[in-house]
Design a protein around this ligand. Structure first.
Ligand code: NAI
Ligand code: OAA
Length: 308
């Protein structure tokens, strides 16, 4: 079984590394347009096989899509990342063209694949991929909410001074600095509401830090993050190839769910071998519903800039 990752940069190489480490496929194909880059990353990763004890083979290619043929899952990370001070939305001018071309090329060689879109602005790139691939809606999934939820859980664990794995928490809505919605009301510490332990002010602080999580890292690193984005991408690959039926937040094409139509935006979904299989209704309260509507409106405005 084959998994392809397009874009062998920071995020793509990280997705490929986690996929190899977890042996999620027999072969992981890395494709990039920069001459020799994907081949180099593949060689470096293959030289980890005996050190980390994995049997997945990594193949690198400069733009040869025939090597990606028959992939079960493809992960799209190609495009530019933001620099400090930029928003994700500012990347649309460059990344829309890249994501559209890449999607079309991938589908020619892997018509049965499930697409995981990571390139930013992710919700709009997922919508573009869904439209330009013509694939059934369940086979196009945007990765953002898993990362944002992981950051939310981590920030909550810092505030509670506890193990992050004891925290449950979900972020829905758009994957943008102002559009994501950390669902503080539903977050728990081993099944007990986090509000039992943290003040309103502290919870607000955690939610705000979560929303600008990507921007904070971009400010520190000079480019955007890759370890947690790579791990989140690989977790979605795993849910598909191992048919885990996991509840994950992902950007998917909505037809009435959460009151939205003809848009890809982050909602809780079950992920398994067929892609995203079902949207789960979290029964939002009025305040959360209003935030979700505003978030979807902002994503929709960005989608309007696309030439479909
Ligand atoms: N959805 C999310 O949660 C996250 C999204 N991102 C986004 O992922 C994207 C990639 O980020 P990084 O890996 O840090 O950037 P990077 O610059 O390290 O890597 C991007 C790679 O894409 C390649 N590329 C460009 N055009 C291509 C094409 N037409 N075909 C094949 N490859 C092509 C480049 O040569 C480069 O190697 C960015 O748009 C970034 O904003 C990053 C982190 C999290
Ligand atoms: O912040 C960025 O531009 C990259 C990204 O989406 C994230 O790390 O959440």
């Amino acid at each position: 079984m084959k998994v392809t990752v397009v874009g062998a940069g920071n995020v793509g190489a990280s997705v490929a590394e986690y996929c190899a480490m977890k042996e999620l496929a027999d072969e992981v194909v890395l494709l990039d347009i920069k001459e020799g880059f994907a081949e180099g990353k593949a060689m470096d990763l293959n030289q980890c096989a005996t050190l980390n004890g994995f049997n997945t083979k990594v193949t690198g290619t400069t733009g040869d899509y025939s090597k990606t043929a028959g992939s079960k899952v493809v992960v799209i990370t190609s495009g530019i990342p933001r620099k400090p001070g930029m928003t994700r939305e500012e990347l649309i001018g460059t990344n829309a063209g890249i994501v559209k071309t890449v999607t079309e090329n991938l589908i020619k060689h892997s018509p049965d694949a499930i697409l995981i879109v990571i390139s930013n602005p992710m919700d709009t790139m997922t919508y573009l991929s869904a439209k330009s691939s013509g694939l059934p809606k369940n086979r196009v999934i945007g990765m953002g909410g898993m990362l944002d939820s992981a950051r939310f859980r981590y920030r909550l664990s810092e505030a509670l001074e506890c193990n992050p794995n004891d925290i449950q928490g979900v972020v829905i809505g758009g994957h943008g600095d102002t559009t994501m919605i950390p669902l503080t009301r539903l977050a728990t510490y081993n099944s007990t509401p986090v509000s039992n332990y943290l003040s309103e002010e502290k919870l607000e602080e955690v939610a705000k830090a979560t929303m600008v999580g990507g921007a904070t890292l971009t400010g520190l690193l000079g480019t955007s993050a890759w370890y947690a984005p790579g791990a989140a991408g690989a977790a979605m690959v795993e849910a598909i190839v191992r048919d885990q039926k996991k509840l994950m937040t992902a950007s998917v094409y909505l037809e009435g769910e959460y009151g939205q139509n003809d848009i890809c935006v982050g909602v809780p979904v079950i992920v398994g071998k067929d892609g995203w299989e079902e949207v789960i209704d979290f029964k939002l309260n009025d305040d959360e519903k209003a935030k979700f509507e505003a978030s979807a409106a902002a994503v929709r405005k960005m989608n309007d800039a696309l030439e479909l």
